[in-house]
Ligand binder design. Structure first.
Ligand code: UDX
Length: 445
């Protein structure tokens, strides 16, 4: 086709993965791809020899080789990237040849400053929103929930929130506050940027979130493309910033079918030392086998596993295998994996749905509380740990999902969702058709 697309991911693992997967999907549809990226957390170019890469120098960040995903950093990126990003796109536009025109920008919804650059350079911008539709819907309700006083209510309350079903009051403060930081600026920037854009791409599928899709389409009358799950086209391994430990798979190979609990909290969430101990005791006391990703830095104030007191490490290593980072998709697809204890980042949630693995949910912030309630209440394929990290509750939850009848029912419902995923991607399926629409839409620019 000869058209070129400029893609710009937010430089955090949970956002790089879906953007690079989208790039591969669009490349497979005949578009040429340029990835614009920051110096920190830059993608591994050797895994994408067919893409062009352009680094922008964001002034205050170049000294840092890695950058934690945080609200402060999102706000900062939206400020410091404007000039270098504009200059980069301008240069690419002036160098573009007539037989390979630049058709549009595709940028992460959280990089909302890019809309002003698109307007300035008169280039259409498509937005990639990497969360679920449901979580986006709850995020954008922020002004309403603030006005109704939910953010100042008891952060332990189990009362329902009628405006944001199926959330509980305690989920609201978790959604909007990240360690004292306030998401308000980001949410309003993102919402305005989406409204002014040419269209929005979602990493989800219609059958999972139809009612919310209808609501969002009413409020955002721009073209909407639900073409996910992206990782079913291309895995996340190629865009992993950390090395994936293959012993995860050789260890799983030695375990019985449906006997292992997989535990991982993604690339950003962190826990306290006391929570880590409760997790470890809950896991050890459950008497189930487990594969546990303890990402360096996940325990606040620790490098890696040094907080383990004597005795606990032995109790854990009897049944568990601990690693720093897993080939997660392969782990979830492994026949030995029975359950996923997750922070409910959207990529992790979707990956679990696609492999039919029921979940135990420990959401931390942002989109995670909504994803967790969808898992528990809407799709009924897992349960939420209501009291944070508390060893008896953890042990009970593991047994409920892995051993009890209710866990078998969750597994059945997850298997139905897995089947729906397969159908939506087949010729004539909802995501298949939406991808065709997206390709035609881009070609119409
Ligand atoms: C962040 C937010 O926390 C999340 O809520 C949001 O939806 C996206 O941005 P993150 O916390 O990293 O992402 O979670 P998640 O969305 O689940 O993404 C993690 C990715 O890393 C997944 O693609 C997963 O497969 C991969 N991963 C995770 C690994 O490859 N190995 C691991 O050991 C753990």
């Amino acid at each position: 086709m000869g058209g070129r697309l400029l893609l710009f991911p937010l430089p955090f693992q949970g956002h790089i993965n879906p953007m690079l997967q989208l790039a591969s999907i669009l490349y497979s549809k005949g578009f040429n791809i340029t990835i614009i990226h920051t110096f920190c957390n830059s993608p591994n170019k050797s895994n994408y020899p067919h893409f062009a890469f352009e680094a922008i120098s964001e002034e205050t960040l170049t000294a840092s080789p890695t950058m934690q995903g945080s609200v402060t950093n999102v706000v900062l990126l939206n400020k410091v990237c404007f000039d270098p990003f504009r200059d980069c796109v301008k240069r690419l536009l002036s160098n573009a040849s007539a037989d390979e025109p630049i058709l549009c920008l595709i940028t992460d919804a959280l990089l909302y400053f890019t809309q002003a650059v698109a307007d300035l350079l008169m280039l259409p911008r498509l937005v990639l929103r990497t969360s679920s539709l449901s979580a986006f819907h709850v995020l954008r309700l922020h002004p309403v929930l603030l006005q109704k006083g939910y953010l100042s209510e008891d952060s332990h309350s189990d009362a329902p929130v009628p405006e944001a079903q199926p959330l509980k009051v305690k989920d609201i403060s978790r959604t909007y506050k990240i360690e004292g930081e306030d998401l308000a600026e980001i949410i309003s920037g993102m919402v305005m940027g989406i409204k002014a854009s040419s269209g929005i791409i979602w990493n989800t599928f219609v059958e999972l979130e139809q009612p919310v899709l209808n609501t969002i389409q009413q409020n955002f009358p721009i073209p909407s493309f639900t073409i996910g799950p992206f990782h079913k086209y291309f895995t996340a391994s190629a865009s992993s910033l950390l090395e994936q430990d293959r012993t995860a798979i050789s260890w799983l190979d030695m375990q019985a079918p449906l006997s292992v609990l997989y535990v991982s909290f993604g690339s950003v969430a962190a826990i306290d030392k006391s929570e880590f101990f409760e997790m470890a005791w809950g896991l050890a006391n459950s008497k189930q086998k487990f594969l546990w990703v303890v990402r360096p830095g996940v325990i606040r104030g620790s490098e890696w596993l040094e907080p383990f007191p004597p005795g606990l490490q032995e109790a854990v290593s009897e049944r568990g295998h601990i690693i720093k980072w897993a080939p997660q998709q392969e782990v979830l697809a492994h026949p030995a994996t029975a359950c996923f204890w997750s922070h409910c980042g959207w990529n992790s949630t979707l990956e679990s749905v696609c492999e039919g693995v029921p979940m135990i949910c420990s959401p931390s912030f942002g989109d995670q509380p909504t994803n967790a309630r969808c898992v528990e209440t809407v799709w009924k394929v897992g349960l939420v740990l209501e009291n944070g990290f508390e060893r008896e509750e953890i042990e009970r939850a593991i047994r409920r999902v892995m051993i009890d009848q209710e866990g078998k029912e969750m597994k059945m419902r997850m298997s139905c969702l897995k089947e729906k995923v397969n159908l939506c991607l087949m010729e004539g399926g909802s995501s298949y058709k939406s991808l065709e629409d997206l390709v035609s839409f881009i070609l119409s620019f």
